[in-house]
Write a protein that binds this ligand. Structure first.
Ligand code: SAM
Length: 455
């Protein structure tokens, strides 16, 4: 088998990266935009020692799970890999992704519950990060997601998974940037001004925080000068949209794929939007981690709170805390909570949330989880672990076990690292009691899972 070869195949299964899986002479082929039970003609795009990748060139017999694509750009834009599959079946596929990882990587046979659907499957995504560039000859600003596996921008005018106001703001920026002497960033030459548009919305208030990531070094005196074009543009965006609570500038002049630079300055309005989860209001800034689908996140927070409530006035550690969302949500049913988060600005936002919600039993630490745990003598009844996609280190799992008396609630956005970490915890004598997937990222292959682990 070689690049460019064509075959007709039946799609047998679905991979944990959102592609169909077919077999040709025993060799695994990952097929983009294909669904189990499809019969398709494919073209091989690359071949490695253990598997090949392919794309669909013709649908010969469509799977019964196919539906109208969520958006005309579904096959081009890399975001909604499952956007052509019936939503109920998407939930089933996500369940299977978790089950597969738990069994194959984790070697754990605890039953995986059915995926809890997202309350909204369109306009649900309250965070958007569009890379920006410009066309070669006419220098028109373009903004959108990267085409799958490339750094080629798909100039997106409409995205059904985001609030429609996001499309309007991006269109305004595309049309107006030149008036303010602002060009689009060109990755190849590392030249041009505007690198990314980052938008954070609120399901609760309908308000929006806009951040323009610019290819400049932060310079306070330049920024406050009355003629600074970026600040003037920010003010213009702020004044044009009633929904916009503030516009920030983020400074990133490094040659990097990391979107945000270290320095963010709010130059119009305020530097946050407010989101409400259960009965608590949270302030979310440009660089604070907050779940992208607040409605579905609320289901997870309720689930975790219900679990914590089973204990009588427990002490809780909220590790990898972000703006201490879990800690704050469970504070009503806990004796005390300690929230630990390495990002200082998230902890600053969390302090404000505690104050505004009159919460007095949550302590905050802007620290690495392991460093914090190594520095203390006390133990907690329950630890909530919500690490980034790479999961926990063995050291952080060991420290968690050293400091937790009864239960770990592991919240994961990556089934593979979750399964690896569960395997380790089980090898240390823990018992996996329940596994509950949630759909937070409809139409993508991503799945969030909450696991209850008894110590
Ligand atoms: C998946 S987010 C969870 C945030 C939060 N629990 C929530 O639901 O909004 C992971 C968080 O862990 C933080 N983080 C990453 N490594 C860390 C570490 N070693 N110690 C503490 N926090 C860390 C990140 O900054 C991020 O806010």
């Amino acid at each position: 088998m070689k690049k460019g070869d064509e075959f007709i195949v039946n799609i047998e299964r679905f991979s944990n990266l959102g592609t169909g899986i077919a077999k040709i002479d025993g060799q695994i082929v990952f097929v983009e935009n294909a669904c189990p039970e499809d019969k398709v003609k494919i073209r091989i795009s690359s071949v490695t020692k253990n598997y090949a990748n392919a794309s669909v060139t013709e649908i010969i017999e469509p799977s019964r799970y196919r539906t109208n694509p969520i958006c005309p750009l579904q096959r081009i834009c890399g975001s909604c890999q499952l956007g052509f599959i019936d939503y109920d079946y998407q939930l089933k596929l996500k369940h299977n992704i978790v089950e597969d990882s738990i069994l194959k990587i984790g070697n754990i046979d605890t039953k995986v519950q059915d995926t809890i659907p997202s309350p909204k499957i369109k306009n649900y995504r309250q965070k958007m990060q569009y890379p920006v560039s410009e066309t070669k000859n006419s220098k028109r600003i373009i903004a959108g997601y990267f085409k799958q596996k490339t750094h080629e921008i798909v100039n997106i005018k409409y995205c059904p998974i985001q609030p429609t106001i996001c499309d309007e703001i991006v269109e305004f920026i595309r049309g107006k940037a030149h008036e303010f002497g602002i060009s689009g960033y060109v990755e190849k030459t590392h030249k041009g001004d505007l690198r990314h548009i980052v938008i954070r919305g609120s399901e609760y208030s309908g308000k929006i925080l806009v951040t323009l990531v610019i290819n400049k070094q932060y310079c306070y005196s330049e920024l406050v000068s009355k003629s600074n074009n970026f600040a003037l543009f920010a003010q213009n965006i702020y004044e044009h949209f009633d929904e916009v609570t503030g516009v920030c500038l983020n400074f990133n002049n490094k040659k990097t794929n990391v979107i945000l630079g270290e320095k963010t300055e709010c130059v119009a309005g305020v530097d946050f939007v407010e989101e409400k989860i259960i009965n608590k209001v949270f302030k979310i800034g440009a660089d604070t981690f907050f779940q992208v689908n607040p409605k579905s996140a609320e289901n997870i927070f309720k689930y975790v709170k219900k679990e914590v409530k089973k204990f009588e006035s427990p002490t809780v550690l909220d590790a990898y805390a972000g703006i201490a969302t879990f800690g704050i949500v469970v504070s009503d049913v806990a004796k005390s909570v300690v929230s630990v988060e390495s990002n200082k600005s998230s902890i600053e936002k969390a302090k404000e949330v505690l104050k505004e919600n009159n919460i007095e039993n949550v302590e905050l630490f802007a620290q690495d989880t392991v460093k914090y745990l190594k520095s203390i003598k006390k133990n907690f009844d329950i630890t909530i672990l919500d690490p980034p996609r790479k999961g926990c280190t063995q050291e952080s799992l060991d420290e968690t076990l050293n400091h937790t008396k009864k239960e770990i609630i592991y919240v994961s956005c990556n089934p593979a690292t979750l399964a690896r970490d569960l395997k380790y915890l089980v090898s240390k004598g823990c018992k996996v009691e329940s596994i509950q997937p949630f759909d937070m990222f409809c139409h993508t292959y991503h799945v969030e899972t909450v696991v209850i682990i008894k110590i």
